[in-house]
Every structure is written in C-alpha cells, then in structure tokens.
Write a protein that binds this ligand. Structure first.
Ligand code: ATP
Length: 361
C-alpha cells in the first residue's frame, strides 16, 4: 500500500510553472532518486508528496488512497530536509526517542528501537552526548535517525547530505541504502548529485525545467539516455556530442562530422535507424567509452588540456562544437602539444536528433 502514484501533477506559482505534467509511479519498497539541476522542480515535487504544497492540477495517491486534502501529519511519511531539525539541548538518545514517545510507544520498545537505529547509523557511542556538542555530520545522522525510528512506510529525503563533508557523504550513502533495505521503505530522495542517485537508487527520475526527462535504473539512464540533456547530465564528464550527418561510404553508413572527418561505420542497430535520413544529428559517446588510436583509425583533433586525477586522466580535445573528452587509464599517454586520434567504442555510441535532442538509437 506504500506505492506512490503521481498522475498528471502540475504545480504553478502564479504565472510560473515549476512542474509540468509529471507522471510517475514509485513502487512499494522502491528507492527512487529525483535528480536534476537546481530549480528543476525536485523539491516542489517532494513537497507535494509530503503534503506541504498542494498540486495545481493532478493527483497523488499512496496505494489506492487519494492524498487530496490529507494534511502532512496524517500522510504517514517521514521527512528529512537539507537542514536538520533536532533539539540541541537534548542528548542524541533523547532526540531519537522523541518521536516514538510522542506516539505513546512503550518504553521497552522505544529503547529497543533507539538501540537498533543508533547501531545502524553508528551513533551508539554518542547516545548520551548533548546534540549541541556534535558536528554537523553527526547532527544530520541524528536527524535521519529521528525520522527513521518512526519506521515510516514512506521516507522522503530532500538533499540530506548536501551540508555534510565529502568523506562522510560516502559513508552515509552506504548507510542510507542499508537503512532502506532493512526497513523496506518506499524512499524518495531528492538530489542534484548524480553519484548519490547512481549509487543508492533503484531507479532515477531525471528532471530539468519542471519536466521529467527520463525514468530508469542507473545503468539504463547511463547507457541509454533518452535525450541530450540526460546524456550530458549523467556521467562525469558527460557524454561527448559531436554534430554531424549520416552519410553512405564504401565501408557502410558513417556519420560525417564535418571538420573532424567521418566516423567508423555505424553498427547495424544505428545504421538501420538512420539509413536514408540526412538530417542533422549528434554523435554521442561517453569519454570513458573511447580510446586513443593510431592515425587514420578514428577522429583526429588537437589536444587542448590533460587533467591527471589519480587513477584516471581526462584528455580534452578540439574546441567549440567539436570539443570532446576522453577518459584514459593512467598507463595511456596523451601528448599535450600534439593532436590525438579518438576511437569511440562504436557499440556504445548513441545518436540524437539535433533539433529535438531526442535519442534516435
Ligand atoms: P533546488 O535544489 O535549488 O531546491 P529544485 O529542483 O528542488 O532546486 P524547486 O525548489 O522545486 O527546485 O523549484 C522549482 C522552481 O520553482 C524554481 O524556479 C523555484 O524558484 C520555483 N519556486 C519554488 N517554490 C516557489 C514558491 N513558493 N514561489 C514561487 N516560486 C517557487
């Protein structure tokens, strides 16, 4: 009964439409991340699920139950915000126990739950510390514990890790996933950080400008982005997109990349879709799905920068519309001053319609 159905959901603030006709079902026990840049409508969607904002149009159902007119406190959802809300004059134990006590839970059960949640969130040694003596990292962990201890069937988290430091964020990603598995909650997680979404979510709903762009498993949105926005937004760095046109060659169908020459022949799945069309397309390949090759064996372009970042090296090539990046293992070398030849893995290539931005295959 804890599936969340969003039907034709629209939210307007005056003349401004913050959310345009969102349709999404989050299954019972599923972890879905709402991912997108600042201002794309993630929090607005979340606030409507929580009952803090009312939809301008459309419906929200929890299972079969229509949430129209159901106030926040009656929705049975747990909510954690970016800015933790905890009682600083209380100890960690008192903070964790507060909710269950308010609900009249017997003391033995409260103690059991506090013990279990503290263990899960690694708060056990800190239980008797006063909250005002603790770091932001720990406070956010307490805030998550305070909501989680009520074992809500639906748990909503809005950028809960954005104020904590990077090392702690990595730890919390694992813990939150663990928490969700343990309680089998339906979890909706708002973030602009693709790493959080990719590592924790069963499915990711990618949003931009109030429009749901794509919903899929992390690997689906990475491998098969539905459009240019998702292709660029997912991945680090995002997908390379070179303008070109399909063209017949004696080796088969290729993409004529203008000043960069032509690609290798397209695999059958793409040749099949593109044969006979001559419209402008974007030739997409991920920086990590390409290698440097010998001259004549790929796309030649001047090297503009080389970034060495530990285990990987990012080579920047070309400029303007012809700019691209290739991620190499450290044992491969790129000559900073010269030009290099990029050979994309043709089986992983995606083609997009240049005008609409939609994936063609
Ligand atoms: P962020 O991560 O920055 O919060 P977001 O994707 O969560 O981004 P929302 O907070 O949902 O974005 O906001 C979507 C758009 O709606 C933004 O342009 C925002 O300025 C606008 N907006 C949100 N709340 C209101 C409001 N109460 N009144 C007017 N405009 C609003």
């Amino acid at each position: 009964m804890s599936a969340i159905h969003l039907h034709n959901l629209v939210k307007k603030f005056g003349d401004f439409t913050a959310l345009k006709t969102m349709d999404l079902t989050i299954e019972d026990g599923e972890f879905v991340a709402l991912l997108g840049p600042s201002g794309c409508g993630k929090s607005t969607t979340m606030n409507m699920i929580a009952g803090m904002e009312q939809p301008t149009e459309g419906r929200i159902l929890f299972g079969e139950r229509d949430m129209a007119g159901v106030p926040m406190g009656r929705r049975g959802v747990g909510f954690v915000f970016q800015n933790y809300a905890i009682f600083t004059h209380m100890t960690v134990r008192q903070n964790l126990a507060y909710g269950p006590r308010m609900h009249g839970t017997p003391k033995a059960e409260v103690d059991r739950r506090v013990g279990a949640i503290a263990e899960l969130l690694q708060l056990t040694p800190l239980l008797d510390r006063r909250a005002d003596r603790l770091s932001v990292n720990i406070l956010q962990r307490v805030a998550i514990g305070r909501s989680a201890i009520l074992e809500p069937a639906i748990f909503l988290l809005d950028e809960p890790l954005s104020n904590v430091d990077a090392a702690f964020r990595a730890v919390m990603r694992t813990e939150l996933k663990h928490l969700q598995r343990q309680f089998r909650q339906t979890m909706v997680y708002v973030t602009h950080d693709q790493l959080e979404a990719m590592t924790m979510a069963d499915r990711i709903a990618v949003m931009d400008h109030g429009v749901l762009q794509q919903v899929g498993t992390p690997i689906e949105v990475y491998n098969n982005p539905a459009n240019v926005f998702v292709a660029k937004f997912i991945g680090s760095p995002g997908m390379n997109l070179l303008p070109g046109r399909p063209a017949e060659s004696d080796r088969g169908l290729v993409i004529d990349l203008g000043p960069l020459g032509a690609t290798a022949p397209l695999p059958d799945r793409l040749a099949h879709v593109l044969r006979g069309s001559s419209g402008e397309v974007l030739f997409g390949f991920r920086p990590e799905q390409a290698t440097l090759a010998a001259e004549g064996r790929g796309i030649a372009a001047p090297v503009t920068a080389v970034e060495r970042i530990g285990a990987r090296t990012i080579v920047h090539l070309g400029s303007g519309e012809q700019a691209m990046k290739v991620v190499l293992d450290n044992d491969q070398r790129a000559d900073l001053d010269g030009s290099a030849v990029v050979s994309p893995d043709m089986n992983a290539v995606r083609i997009f319609d240049r005008t609409s931005g939609r994936a063609l295959g």
